[in-house]
Each structure stands twice: as C-alpha cells, then as structure tokens.
Design a protein around this ligand. Structure first.
Ligand SMILES: [Zn+2]
Ligand SMILES: [Zn+2]
Length: 165
C-alpha cells in the first residue's frame, strides 16, 4: 500500500490515528517521513499554552520557548523574568515528570522493551503534552502516543523494522 499523503511514492509503513476533542477522528497510512510530518502538523494545529508572568500574573503575548521558566525578555508590567506556563493537563497528573522504564526479559539478556513517557515540552513537536514511546523488540512493534494538553491525541504504530530515525 502506498503512503496516503500527497503523491508520495513510498510505501505506507505507519498507521497514524488522530483524535480531536472537537472534530472527527483521522486515520492515515503513511511512510516514515510522513509519520514524522503528521506528528509535527498535529502538534502545531492545536491551540498553544499561554505564558504569564510569575510575579504579577499578567498573561503575556510571547512564545513558549521551552520548559525553562526563566526568559530573557523582562515582563513589560513588572520587569520579572519568571514565567508560568498555563496549561490544562487533562488525564495526566504528573506534569514535568519523566519516567524512563526498561523491562528485561529473564534468561535471554538484552533489553527488550524501552519505554519513555512523561509530560514534556518537545522542541521538535512545538507542543506541550504527554508522550509515550514503546519499542517492543520481542514483537517487532513500535508505538508512540502523543496527548496534547487540550485533550487531542495521536497514536502512531508500525513494525519496529520500519521505524528508522
Ligand atoms: Zn509518504
Ligand atoms: Zn510581571
């Protein structure tokens, strides 16, 4: 099967499912490059969190640059460089917490599963959310789930052999 995006000649190796809180679901069968493209497009399509001044609490019209809470531009109201990032976290409570977990199959040696999950601001996706990546070497499965703070979700699955960075 061919990749469904544009006139891409690559074969579809990834199944991407996207849920929105306010629109119909989308399902795409795409190549590895367009899998990456969809993740970025998805993240950028959603509304952004708003930074506000930590000292005087004024909402500020400036981009969220990363998870750092100090910025170089002082607040125009009070001069503080401390910021809050206001986001509503839906179904994940442990913001800022990153869990890295590896499970070892007894007797065989070698790491079989490598799971990374946590709430983080990812510069490559340009979004704040919760991201779980599961590399299952035993079943040759790759699965990534991205939940954005507004409740929208993207799930990408593929055979691990087809998921090259
Ligand atoms: Zn493609
Ligand atoms: Zn201020």
């Amino acid at each position: 099967m061919r990749c469904e995006l544009g006139r891409c000649p690559e074969s579809a190796t990834h199944l991407v499912h996207i849920w929105f809180p306010d629109a119909l679901d989308e399902t795409w069968r795409v190549c590895r490059a367009h899998d990456r493209y969809l993740k970025v497009a998805f993240s950028r399509s959603r509304p952004r969190p708003t930074p506000s001044c930590r000292q005087c609490d004024q909402p500020l019209n400036e981009p969220v640059t990363d998870a750092q809470d100090e910025v170089s531009q002082p607040c125009p109201y009070c001069g503080s460089v401390k910021r809050h990032i206001r986001v509503r976290l839906y179904d994940f409570a442990n913001a800022y917490e990153v869990i890295r977990r590896q499970a070892k199959q007894p007797g065989k040696g070698g790491w079989l599963r490598d799971t990374t999950s946590g709430d983080d601001y990812t510069r490559d996706l340009g979004a704040w959310g919760h991201r779980t990546v599961d590399y299952d070497h035993e079943h040759n499965q790759y699965r990534e789930l991205i939940k954005l703070y507004d409740g929208s979700q993207l799930e990408s699955t593929a055979m691990l052999d087809n998921h090259h960075d």
